[in-house]
Ligand binder design. Structure first.
Ligand code: HEC
Ligand code: HEC
Ligand code: HEC
Ligand code: HEC
Ligand code: HEC
Ligand code: HEC
Length: 401
């Protein structure tokens, strides 16, 4: 636990926690998700094998495993202890190459420790902790957060019990004193009723309940339909990092509507085929993923991409208005897409998010004719720039049908 603070160590001691909360847990998990999660899960086969039980398959030899992880192809050819086994595995996995992992030894040790720990747990389908597939970017509580919340709940329960026992003890003592002074003795029922009539206690209870309720309500209301961080697994492992980042393909080449119309649009298979007619091998997945494009094209079946961004139907949003007219970069709203292996929603798309920008953002009135012609009245007297708000960008009807 090193220096995880007084409260944490108190909680841990109180609940007699053992090794499940060890120092490597967070590290190994994060490293695993970041480096291996796109191809591996502990409990299920993804691109590579499920890693549960991998220590048994490698006779607990972490040194050999590390050598393989760092350079799987070289390991396979080097005639080492498990080379024959990995050749067999490689063929079993349709010769998908596991890329070399540039990790330090202690990082690999942390990852392997995480795999071992996860693998030892009961099947995630029946366990309480969310399994996660390693590809989503946002999402629920992590294992250790869950443990802390459970710990806090238990603590509150224990404190409540102690309070109750103390109250009973106080009651008994008060009765003893009253009996000694020949005063009336209260029964348990009378004591409880007395407490329930106490104005101070009632006020506190009502305040606590109201604060809790209000907090819950606000969180719920804010969260409706907002999916910041949502990044689902797509039917093809299409990478923006590779296409828009490494190969620098312009966003508009694929999202043809982004500067022309309301919707940016998702490219059809035809657009992919402009290149993949010729490029049929990928650096990471070989023919596997690109093969799906060819199949879609041959069969005339569109690829069923999972939609990520989705405003409610009662909101009007237009891409061209923002990119072409407003001069905004895609990244302002979508984040660094060209660095994302898997796209996720960068902004929360809430009304507050739209409004905040409309309040602050200034547009260049002389950059194009749009403003002088469409907003002539609104911008009369303004020289060079105006905020979106000054152009009417806060009025309800602009965004709501
Ligand atoms: C791009 C996909 C990919 C990534 C990323 C990846 N692997 Fe693999 N891994 C594979 C494939 C495919 C195999 C099957 C064997 C082969 O291809 O040589 C494999 C095999 C393995 C094996 C042997 C499994 C067994 O059952 O014996 C281990 C261990 C392993 N990977 C660990 C890791 C670790 C740890 C990371 C992250 C640091 C990682 N891999 C990242 C694809 C990947
Ligand atoms: C080679 C074609 C291609 C290029 C270039 C490209 N994209 Fe995409 N984009 C796609 C495909 C295919 C999807 C759907 C699959 C996915 O989400 O990864 C997508 C999805 C998206 C999404 C999420 C759509 C949704 O479902 O809500 C955004 C946002 C996006 N791209 C923005 C960009 C930006 C910004 C750039 C430039 C930096 C860019 N894209 C470049 C093909 C491309
Ligand atoms: C302008 C050219 C171009 C377009 C259009 C294009 N790609 Fe690619 N794609 C590439 C290049 C270049 C590579 C990398 C080839 C390499 O490095 O060997 C690639 C690789 C891939 C890979 C293999 C990844 C891997 O690591 O194995 C997939 C999958 C892929 N593209 C999907 C798509 C999809 C889906 C579309 C359409 C939405 C698309 N591409 C459109 C140029 C393009
Ligand atoms: C002002 C913020 C903003 C900017 C700038 C912006 N987008 Fe979007 N984008 C959104 C919002 C909001 C949605 C959701 C729209 C909906 O659900 O109707 C979205 C959705 C998308 C989608 C998926 C749905 C669709 O419209 O087809 C893609 C793809 C996309 N954007 C690409 C781009 C690209 C490429 C650029 C840059 C040329 C860009 N966006 C610039 C806010 C923005
Ligand atoms: C990062 C800044 C930014 C964000 C975020 C943003 N906008 Fe805008 N918006 C602009 C700019 C700049 C303009 C261009 C000014 C104009 O055309 O009047 C604009 C214009 C508009 C207009 C046209 C107003 C007019 O002139 O009639 C509408 C409608 C609109 N935005 C809706 C939305 C909605 C809906 C959202 C949220 C889903 C949103 N915007 C998010 C910057 C933003
Ligand atoms: C710049 C764009 C924009 C303007 C201006 C705007 N809204 Fe919205 N509004 C949105 C977006 C986007 C959503 C959906 C996201 C959300 O629920 O927060 C929304 C959601 C709503 C909702 C549903 C809330 C919910 O939780 O489901 C109501 C009601 C609403 N707006 C009323 C208004 C009223 C009234 C005005 C004028 C005072 C207004 N809006 C002005 C963009 C806008």
């Amino acid at each position: 636990m090193r220096r995880s603070g007084f409260l944490a160590s108190f909680l841990l001691t109180l609940l007699l926690w053992s090794s499940t909360f060890s120092a490597y847990a967070a590290d190994g998990k994060a490293l695993f998700k970041g480096n291996c999660g796109s191809c591996h899960a502990v409990n299920k086969k993804v691109v590579g094998p499920a890693l549960k039980g991998v220590h048994d398959r490698w006779e607990n030899n972490e040194e050999e495993m590390a050598a393989f992880i760092k350079a799987s192809q070289a390991y396979m050819k080097a005639g080492r202890k498990f080379s024959a086994y990995t050749t067999q595995l490689f063929n079993e996995y349709n010769q998908s190459i596991m890329p070399n992992q540039a990790l330090k030894d202690d990082e690999i040790t942390a990852i392997l420790a995480y795999i071992k720990e996860e693998g030892a747990k009961p099947d995630p389908a029946t366990a309480a902790a969310p399994a996660g597939d390693g590809t989503g970017a946002g999402g629920g509580l992590t294992f250790s957060e869950n443990a802390v919340y459970t710990g806090l709940l238990v603590l509150v329960g224990v404190l409540g019990l102690i309070t109750f026992i103390l109250l009973v003890v106080i009651g008994v003592l008060v009765n003893a004193i009253r009996a000694k002074n020949n005063k009336q003795v209260f029964t348990l029922k009378e004591s409880v009723l007395g407490l329930a009539k106490n104005k101070f206690i009632i006020t506190i209870a009502v305040l606590v309940a109201a604060a809790g309720g209000a907090n819950e309500l606000v969180t719920q209301a804010r969260g409706v339909g907002l999916h910041k961080g949502y990044g689902p697994v797509q039917p093809i492992a299409f990478s923006h990092k590779l296409h828009a980042g490494q190969y620098g393909i312009n966003c508009n080449y694929c999202h043809v509507g982004a500067e022309r119309g309301k919707s940016a649009t998702i490219p059809s298979t035809n657009i992919c085929m402009n290149c993949h007619n010729y490029i049929q091998q990928g650096p990471q997945y070989g023919e596997k993923e690109i093969g799906k494009i060819l199949a879609s094209w041959k069969e005339g079946k569109p690829i069923e991409w999972v939609r990520i961004h989705n405003l409610p139907d009662f909101v009007y949003f237009n891409h061209a208005q923002h990119t072409k007219v407003g001069g905004l970069e895609c990244q302002t709203c979508h984040g660094q897409i060209q660095e994302m292996e898997v796209v996720y929603q960068h902004s929360d798309l809430s009304m507050g998010w739209c409004i905040n920008c409309h309040r602050e953002k200034k547009v260049d009135l002389n950059k194009n004719n749009y403003y002088r012609t469409v907003h002539a009245e609104l911008i009369a007297g303004k020289e060079d720039s105006a905020t979106v708000e000054q152009l009417g960008g806060l009025s309800c009807a602009r965004c709501h049908y």
